[in-house]
Design a protein around this ligand. Structure first.
Ligand code: ADP
Length: 182
């Protein structure tokens, strides 16, 4: 059973939902950089105040800040982990590689949740999070295409990529993922 997992896909592809389910069933750590950043905003910490405007505009927080969060959390002793929302660009992918080498826990699989653009825009508008306005969604999808999508090829070249059709119901997707985790 694989223990070091990563979810890749556009905003609204369902990474968070699937990662949460899987982490609960296997008592793995679910490390969502978006979730952790939103918590900082909620608690009005120094970091939270720094990233609030960036996140609400749908832009990416600086690589340094996000790396710090990832480092802090991966350091913890755990049964396994699922990265969700990290890395989001090639530079973050290289940093992650360094961190994983340091802690001697190599990534075992990357699930790429694939979904047509019109479907994800509809999903995000329905979700209605604070950063789910029409304008912000446009920004996030554009950034995704430009900076995150190249990671699909990056992980494919490392023979880590597993393709998941994410335009199906939740349960079908999760049993597909479970099968590919074995
Ligand atoms: P979604 O995948 O739906 O966009 P997330 O919860 O993953 O939602 O991310 C929300 C926001 O948090 C992003 O739009 C971005 O501003 C910030 N964020 C999350 N992860 C990263 C990251 N790895 N690098 C930079 N910014 C990030």
């Amino acid at each position: 059973m694989k223990k070091h997992l990563l979810f890749l896909g556009a905003p609204g592809a369902g990474k968070g939902t699937q990662a949460e389910l899987l982490s609960q069933n296997n008592s793995y750590l679910h490390l969502s950089t978006g979730e952790l950043l939103r918590k900082e905003i909620e608690m009005n910490t120094i970091l939270g105040r720094k990233v609030k405007d960036i996140i609400n505009k749908g832009e990416l927080v600086s690589d340094d800040l996000v790396l710090k969060i990832v480092r802090q959390n991966l350091d913890k002793d755990n049964n396994g982990w699922i990265l969700d929302g990290y890395p989001r660009n090639l530079s973050q992918a290289h940093s992650l590689n360094e961190v994983l080498k340091e802690i001697n826990q190599p990534l075992e699989v990357v699930f790429y949740l694939d979904i047509p653009e019109d479907v994800l825009i509809k999903r995000l508008l329905l979700r209605g999070r604070k950063d789910d306005t029409e304008e912000t969604i446009k920004t996030r999808v554009n950034i995704y295409k430009k900076t995150t999508e190249p990671l699909i090829q990056y992980f494919k070249d490392l023979s880590l990529l597993e393709y998941i059709d994410a335009d199906r119901d939740l349960k079908t997707i999760s049993s597909d993922i479970k099968q590919k985790m074995a």
